[in-house]
Design a protein around this ligand. Structure first.
Ligand SMILES: *Cc1c(COP(=O)(O)O)cnc(C)c1O
Length: 251
C-alpha cells in the first residue's frame, strides 16, 4: 500500500489505534514483525490510541506525521474572529488538561519495559486462544499475529447462535458482520491464570451444543443482527439505528 501511495502521490495512513502500544514492542518482546511505521517509505501518518493498549484514560490518542508540512493540515485558524486570532492544533477546541496529565503519568508509569512486558503476555495469550479455538468446529480468520482473534464457522451462523449463548454465560464478545463472526481483543485481564482455559471451555461447550443442531432457528439479538445483514439497502438499517438513539435521548 505504501508503494501505491508513493506511485500515485497519495498519503498512506497507518491506523494503529488498536495496535499502537503492542506492535512497536513486538520485536523487543521476541516476536517477528514486518516494518509498518515511518521506516516504510510512503507511510505519511500513524495513529496510536493511548486510551487502549497504552492503558491511559478514554479521550486521548496520538497522531503522528512524517513531516511538519502534513501536520500543518490539521491546524485550525480563524484570523477574522471578533475575539482575536483563534488558532488550535486541531479542530477540537477546549481540551481537558487532566486527561493529558493522566495519560502522561500512565506512559511514565508503564515505561518502555512495561509495554514490552504487556505485549509479551498479550501476544502469547492471543496465540494460545487462536490455537485452542481452531480445534472446536470453528475456524480462525486469518493468522492472528498480535492482539486480536476472530472466529467464524462454515457449519452454522456463529454470530446469531454462539454470540448470544456466550453473553448468557457472562462473556462479553464483539460480533462482526460480513462474514458473520465474533472477535476478541485480548487484554491484560485475559492473561491472568485460568481465564483462557475457562473461556475456551465455555466456547467449546456452546459450539458443541450449536453444532449438534446447526440449522436451528435463533431469536433475540441474534435474529435482529441476522435480519439486518440480509437487507441490501443499508439506509434502512441506518434509520433504525438512528431511531434507537432517538429513543435514548427521549428517556
Ligand atoms: C479504536 C479505534 C479507532 C478510534 O476509535 P475511537 O473510539 O475514536 O478511539 C480507530 N481505528 C481503530 C482500528 C480502532 O481500533
Amino acid at each position: 500500500m505504501a508503494k501505491l501511495g508513493l506511485r500515485y502521490k497519495v498519503g498512506v495512513h497507518v491506523d494503529s489505534c488498536l495496535g499502537g502500544f503492542v506492535v512497536p514492542f513486538m520485536e523487543e518482546a521476541g516476536f517477528e514483525m514486518d516494518p509498518f511505521d515511518f521506516r516504510v517509505e510512503g507511510v505519511t501518518s500513524i495513529s496510536a490510541d493511548t486510551h487502549k493498549y497504552g492503558f491511559a484514560p478514554k479521550g486521548t490518542s496520538v497522531i503522528m506525521y512524517s513531516s511538519k508540512s502534513i501536520r500543518r493540515m490539521q491546524y485550525f485558524v480563524a484570523s477574522d474572529w471578533t475575539g482575536g486570532v483563534y488558532a488550535t492544533p486541531s479542530i477540537v477546541g477546549s481540551r481537558a488538561g487532566s486527561l493529558i496529565a493522566a495519560t502522561w503519568a500512565t506512559l511514565l508509569y508503564m515505561g518502555r519495559n512495561g509495554y514490552m512486558e504487556s505485549t509479551k503476555k498479550i501476544v502469547t495469550t492471543n496465540r494460545k486462544i487462536a490455537a485452542e479455538l481452531s480445534r472446536v468446529h470453528v475456524y480462525v480468520l486469518g493468522s492472528p499475529k498480535v492482539n486480536v482473534v476472530g472466529v467464524a464457522s462454515k457449519e452454522f451462523d456463529i454470530l446469531f447462535r454462539v454470540y448470544e449463548k456466550l453473553i448468557e454465560r457472562g462473556w462479553h464478545i464483539n460480533g462482526l458482520q460480513f462474514p458473520s463472526s465474533i472477535h476478541l481483543c485480548v487484554t491484560m485481564l485475559h492473561t491472568k491464570d485460568g481465564v483462557v482455559d475457562k473461556s475456551v471451555r465455555d466456547v467449546s461447550k456452546v459450539v458443541a451444543q450449536v453444532a449438534s443442531d446447526p440449522k436451528a432457528a435463533c431469536g433475540g439479538v441474534g435474529a435482529m443482527y441476522g435480519v439486518s445483514q440480509t437487507i441490501p439497502d443499508r439506509s434502512v438499517i441506518n434509520e433504525i439505528a438512528e431511531g434507537f438513539i432517538d429513543i435514548l435521548y427521549k428517556c
